[in-house]
Ligand binder design. Structure first.
Ligand code: UDP
Length: 454
């Protein structure tokens, strides 16, 4: 039940990318249901629209921020760095204006900014408003970023070029190996280390909230709490606490009709999220392996995800033939609905944190093929810690693809993974219910907001 309006406003600052917009809008919904008003201050690129779902939210745009063509020219890492350089002053103006108009609006209680929008820290400090960092990944990835922020880039690069080192366990981060650390495919190591040192610096923030739950990573959460000077609130998975559809792309619902015609737990759903790219040769090996496995598959191929191709036009004819036998392709799917569908038996994922939480939340085991950053951490945890996934490493080959699909769908091993993921799903649901750890953490956070005592 919704609580009475508090006349207090939370300002949210999302990163303009689907995997960040989704959880921050869910957080907005959760806080709105606790009686706060919500203002979203966003950049020009990838704006969330004030749809029916968010008709009670107030949206503002930071003028002069970057556009889609800047993203194409700069790539995601440089885009993010530039955004942080140019938005600090305009964000300060935006927030200052809001404060001036405060008489007409509810009083601002706090600014909650995505950890990657670190330019947002300066303005609340100047206006003496509390600010809170929102981490859309998990505590393990946060801890890894703190470690990477401190490495010497030259030495680390030498280490990482050695295949023997890559396979070694990284000291103090068991079971992560060097190659599982959240390095990025989107730019040079030096830039990444610079960004990580900004991200893990909580600056003047009063707290960190994190879209994770203690049943998933209690020791990383405890370590993070020890390492940070401020209180950490694990309040996830937010998609269970507060659904808030905020798809930036149009969902193709025809895939649900296609799923309706498939046998229970037979379909492999394939999606690599909103940013990952695919090589043509890998896609062919995937299609061959999937075809040989004889399992039906639903494949999201995002426009622009195959280099030098608008959509699928550059793929060879063989790909089309293999897919037409047992597959169905869409440009963007209603992912939550797909994962919930009884026909879906496994999720081939890049292991973005939202996709990981959504898959566990629906009790679907995974084939893990991480692309970059924290996805590698998540993939390792899925395979080795939660034991609900099969990770595909190295060159993709049709035989390994076929074998992975069979392990997940057909074998006894797959049945064991399914049991474990259903057990974890129940734990996640319990943590989001009254009395559960994430539920209580959100309550504590809300009380801190109300009393300004973090
Ligand atoms: N998603 C979707 N439809 C798709 C593919 C992805 O709705 O066809 C959503 C998915 O449910 C998730 C988000 O996009 O909430 C992707 O976030 P994630 O953290 O998994 O990956 P990222 O896009 O940040 O790499």
């Amino acid at each position: 039940m919704e609580e009475k309006r508090l006349k207090r406003r939370i300002v949210l600052v999302p990163v303009p990318a689907q995997g960040h917009v989704t959880p921050i809008m869910q957080l907005g919904k959760a806080l709105y249901s606790k009686g706060f008003s919500i203002t979203v201050i966003q950049t020009q690129y990838n704006r969330v629209s004030s749809s029916k779902e968010f008709s009670d939210f107030h949206f503002l745009t930071i003028p002069g921020s970057l556009t889609e063509s800047d993203l194409k020219n700069l790539g995601p890492l440089q885009f993010l760095m530039k955004l942080n350089q140019i938005c600090e002053a305009s964000f300060k103006n935006c927030l200052g204006q809001l404060l001036q108009e405060q008489g007409d609006h509810d009083e601002i209680a706090c600014v909650v900014y995505d950890e990657y929008m670190y330019f947002s820290a300066a303005a609340p400090k100047e206006f003496q408003l509390p600010s809170v960092v929102f981490s859309t990944t998990n505590a393990t990835a946060f801890v890894c970023r703190s470690v990477l922020a401190k490495v010497n880039a030259d030495n680390f690069l030498i280490d990482m070029k050695d295949p023997e080192v890559q396979d070694k366990l990284f000291p103090g981060l068991h079971p992560l190996r060097y190659k599982d650390l959240p390095t990025t495919a989107f730019g040079p190591l030096e830039s990444m280390i610079k960004v990580y040192s900004e991200v893990v610096n909580t600056r003047t923030a009063s707290a960190v909230i994190i879209n994770s739950a203690s049943c998933l990573e209690s020791s990383s959460l405890a370590r993070l709490q020890r390492e940070l000077q401020v209180r950490v609130y694990p309040i996830g998975p937010l998609h269970i606490a507060a659904s808030a559809p905020s798809s930036l792309l149009e969902e193709d619902r025809s895939c649900i009709e296609w799923l309706n015609k498939q046998k229970p737990r037979s379909v492999i759903y394939i999606s690599l999220g909103s940013l990952a790219l695919m090589e043509t040769k890998d896609m062919l090996e995937m299609a061959r392996g999937l075809s040989n496995s004889k399992q039906p598959f639903l494949w999201v191929i995002r426009p622009g995800s195959i280099p030098a191709s608008e959509w699928t036009e550059s793929l060879p004819e063989e790909f089309g033939k293999l897919v037409s036998e047992r597959g169905y392709i869409v440009k963007w799917a209603p992912q939550m609905e797909v994962l919930r569908h009884p026909a879906v038996g496994g999720f081939w994922s890049h292991c973005g944190w939202n996709s990981t939480l959504e898959s566990i939340g629906e009790g679907v085991p995974m084939i893990c093929r991480p692309f970059t950053g924290d996805q590698k951490v998540n993939a390792r945890y899925l395979e080795r810690v939660w034991r609900i996934g099969v990770q595909l490493e190295g060159e993709l080959e049709k035989e390994t693809v076929e074998r992975a699909v069979k392990r997940l769908i057909g074998d006894e091993e797959g049945a064991e993974m399914r049991k474990r993921v259903i057990d974890l799903k129940e734990k996640l649901e319990a943590s989001a219910r009254s009395g559960g750890s994430s539920f209580s953490s959100l309550e504590n956070f809300v009380n801190s907001l109300k009393t300004n005592n973090f």
